[in-house]
Design a protein around this ligand. Structure first.
Ligand code: ASP
Length: 304
């Protein structure tokens, strides 16, 4: 123990009343994507526990969310890093971003062959730029020692084969009708460290199906993630819908105007028709918030 807290409270199935009482010393929330079954919650719970251990040792919120998202990227059950969905050409194109409450941010889009895109996004944060894409991002990665890595899995290849079979049999609605039912399940994390700094990070293999070159909300600051002096927010779900409402910044603004994170994420979700797959996690000094229109595996740890 470093004296920052007397105990860690692991909050499963946190209710609004639980969340609203009291201020936190530090905290972390991790999600496995809108649509991810709650039976997979052991993944984000394990990531949150690792993030909390870092915070307890005095690590920053940025270090915490980067580690949490990295752990989720290595968990092949989720659509990020290893296990990312494969596009029609059999390749996974991944996006990731990180942002801190001091306004620093870094993101990568449409990248391939990297084990942990979120760690590369964190490196972009150290450059004068905010977003690097495709070959340029990969060149930076290789120059920093990121090894070539194949993120595809047997499950991903079987899934792609099934999807292509379904398409060829006309089982899918004529593209691009009905975006709302398409596959998602990005990973993300928000955290507050013991100094009261916030951070958010996310990572995805994107949606399926998608046109070549498609990039969603994840690397767009203010859409997939946002962090500021009052808290941090991460969104998941249909990226195009999230972008149109600049969702993470919209929810952040609600917290800045005094809303508790749980109220703010519920207000964010209420901007959508229930048929749209969308989920949100948020954190402020007042507590945390989790809401989604689908099941959303998640884990959270608060030190009070
Ligand atoms: N928002 C991600 C995207 O559209 C997908 C997700 O959250 O699952 O790329």
């Amino acid at each position: 123990m470093n004296g920052f807290c007397s105990r860690d409270t692991i909050l499963r199935n946190l209710t609004y009343t639980d969340a609203i009482c009291g201020r936190m010393k530090y905290g972390v929330v991790v999600h496995g994507g809108s649509g991810s079954p709650s039976e997979l919650s052991d993944g984000p719970e394990r990531a949150a526990a690792a993030g909390s251990a870092l915070l307890q040792r005095g690590s920053s919120a940025v270090e915490c969310v980067t580690e949490c998202v990295s752990i989720m990227e290595d968990d092949s059950r989720f659509n990020a890093g290893t296990g990312s969905v494969l596009r029609f050409d059999g390749i996974a194109y991944m996006d990731a971003a990180v942002m801190s409450s001091s306004g620093e941010c870094g993101a990568v889009a449409h990248i391939t062959s990297i084990r942990n895109p979120v760690r590369l996004a964190r490196e972009v944060m150290k450059t004068p730029h905010v977003l690097l894409v495709c070959d340029g991002a990969i060149e930076l990665a290789r120059s920093l020692g990121f090894q070539e890595y194949d993120v595809s899995t047997d499950r991903g290849r079987e899934r792609l084969k099934r999807e292509i079979d379904d398409f060829s049999k006309g089982k899918r609605p004529e593209w691009p009708k009905n975006w709302k039912t398409y596959s998602v399940d990005t990973v993300g994390s928000v955290a507050m460290d013991a100094l009261g700094n916030f951070a958010a990070a996310n990572s995805t293999g994107g949606t399926f199906p998608a046109l070549k070159g498609r990039v969603g909300d994840v690397p767009m600051i203010g859409c997939g993630i946002y962090a500021g002096r009052k808290g941090a927010v991460a969104a998941t779900g249909i990226g195009e819908e999230i972008i149109r409402k600049v969702l993470s910044k919209t929810v952040y603004d609600m917290m800045e105007h005094g809303m508790h994170p749980q109220e703010a994420v519920e207000a964010g979700i209420s901007l959508y028709d229930r048929s749209v797959s969308v989920g949100l996690i948020a954190i402020s000094r007042e507590g945390i918030g989790v809401a989604s229109t689908r099941q959303m595996a998640h884990g959270k740890i608060i030190a009070d």
